[in-house]
Design a protein around this ligand. Sequence first.
Ligand SMILES: Cc1cc2nc3c(=O)[nH]c(=O)nc-3n(C[C@H](O)[C@H](O)[C@H](O)COP(=O)(O)OP(=O)(O)OC[C@H]3O[C@@H](n4cnc5c(N)ncnc54)[C@H](O)[C@@H]3O)c2cc1C
Length: 368
Amino acid sequence: MHPSTLRIMDELGLLDDFLLLPHSKIRPLAAEIDDRVLHLADFGRIPGRCNFVALMPQWDFLNFLAAKARRFPSLHVVMSCQATGLMEDPTTGDVIGLDATGSAGPFQIRADLVIGCDGRSSTIRACAGLAVETLGSPIDVLWFRLPRKDTDPTDILGHLGRGRMLVTIDRTDYWQCATVIAKGGIEKVRAAGIDAFRRSVAVSARFLSDRVDQLKSFDDIKLLSVMVDRLLNWSRPGVLCIGDAAHAMSPVGGVGINLAIQDAVATANILAAKLKSGTVRGIDLEAVQRRRLWPVRVIQRLQITIHNRVLGPVIGSAPPVLSVPLPLRVMDRYPALRRWPAQLLGVGVRSEHILSPCDNPDASPVSV
Ligand SMILES: Cc1cc2nc3c(=O)[nH]c(=O)nc-3n(C[C@H](O)[C@H](O)[C@H](O)COP(=O)(O)OP(=O)(O)OC[C@H]3O[C@@H](n4cnc5c(N)ncnc54)[C@H](O)[C@@H]3O)c2cc1C
């Protein structure tokens, strides 16, 4: 959770409760290039209370939000169900609800608006027939856990070397680790064997070398496919896509969740009153895309640049000898400058704030 999301939680009056959930914090952020540690960003320099990145498993965050949202008596949360299709008005073709399936079998939900926030492989966007522009990605990610010790270094997130890149995310009682591999390169990694994989992890982050044998086989390592894409139109009458369903994000910068939340806030700001009065039109749905397209474009452009200029070459078949680019050396040398990368990553461009009406759920229920 970046500062932009923490601010949203604060504006909703949820921040204090949220921070009671187990989490770790990143303020200074460093990366290791070969054996040189570079200090690249400092979230602690962002003004205000929300000047850190909170790290926690996504399910804790989602369960927290669902529990808080259930205070609204008019909200009905249905878990363990899958959206399978869209219902359309046979005359106009407008979307008027969705088909779903759960433990009790298939059912339908009629709706003034269906919001597809079902991620990168969105069923809703496919069923709506919204055209996707693929922006490509030369990388995939291998995801695994290793035990954490209190003596481990905590503020070095990235470990880069010739032909290798490892990210270590502090989950307080274990390290969530991610190695970047070339797109489709999993078979090559498997063919080299688990020992070779363990060795590459130990070389990337030496402090892990005494526990890489905890990776017993490739069953302990999960392949996460990375894609970057964007819908040409995020909506058609009756249906709107937001988050990864509208624009799949790379893990670079760890910003995708935060952007998805910013989309949701913008959607509420633009549509809440119209939904309440039953006057949502296609043009209102397009306003959400107009509002959010620019920040999405900026961050995707940045991610693609980092894919193509840094990650692709570093893990490619002929990796170059790494040199530290000038901007990173400047950042490392002058601590005051480290606010700006933190600001770009943590707050982003065009940050959203809660403007939609939200009465006290205990006093006066509203539809969410
Ligand atoms: C390897 C990897 C690591 C990443 N790490 C980070 C990170 O550290 N920080 C960060 O901010 N971003 C990260 N990202 C990006 C981030 O995961 C996404 O940008 C973000 O999760 C998008 O949020 P979302 O709510 O739009 O979609 P998702 O988080 O994908 O949520 C979609 C939800 O919809 C549900 N769903 C899917 N289909 C259906 C259906 N048919 N019916 C009902 N429900 C359905 C899914 O179960 C899921 O709960 C990472 C991406 C990758 C690939």
